[in-house]
Unconditional design. Structure first.
Length: 158
């Protein structure tokens, strides 16, 4: 797992950070954003709960933190992954419940209304509807085949 995280970090430096800081002349503005979400989570092992997450997307690289609260337990995870903007993200993570893999999608209300694939550009994020995000995710823990989670949330794009 350490080798995979190292490869993701190096890939992130090459693909994500470099364009986001303007060292490349291509326009990557719609391909990055910072998303905060609150929502509902369901776990086969712990039942229903609430979750809060912060996720960053930098072109092809993404990562974030998440807190899930169930009646029996609270789970905190950190993720790092690859994807296509915010639309489709494959993340690997670790936390107090073990190592996991997560499939996540953050789609803005503007994307849904216009049928576009990219986040709205920063100059277009002036209205609340332009910053409104719907987030869906599914995760599976490597250590426990029963412990799968599904989350649905609503949040804001920054």
């Amino acid at each position: 797992m350490k080798k995979q995280l190292f490869v993701l970090i190096i890939t992130g430096l090459m693909l994500g950070v470099r364009p986001a800081y303007g060292f490349v002349t291509m326009d990557f503005e719609p391909w990055y954003g910072y998303v905060g979400t609150m929502g509902y989570t369901k776990s086969e092992q712990y039942g229903d709960g609430m979750m809060a997450s912060a996720n960053a997307v930098l072109v092809f690289v993404n990562g974030g933190f998440e807190h899930k609260s169930f009646n029996q337990k609270s789970i905190n995870n950190a993720y790092l992954g690859l994807g296509v903007g915010g639309a489709l993200q494959l993340q690997f993570g670790t936390g107090n419940a073990g190592t996991l893999i997560k499939l996540r999608s953050d789609v803005s209300a503007t994307q849904l209304m216009k049928g576009e694939f990219e986040f709205p550009e920063r100059t277009q994020r002036d209205k609340l509807v332009d910053r409104l995000i719907f987030s869906l995710s599914y995760e599976r823990y490597f250590d426990d085949n029963r412990s799968t989670n599904f989350q649905v949330g609503i949040g804001l794009l920054f």
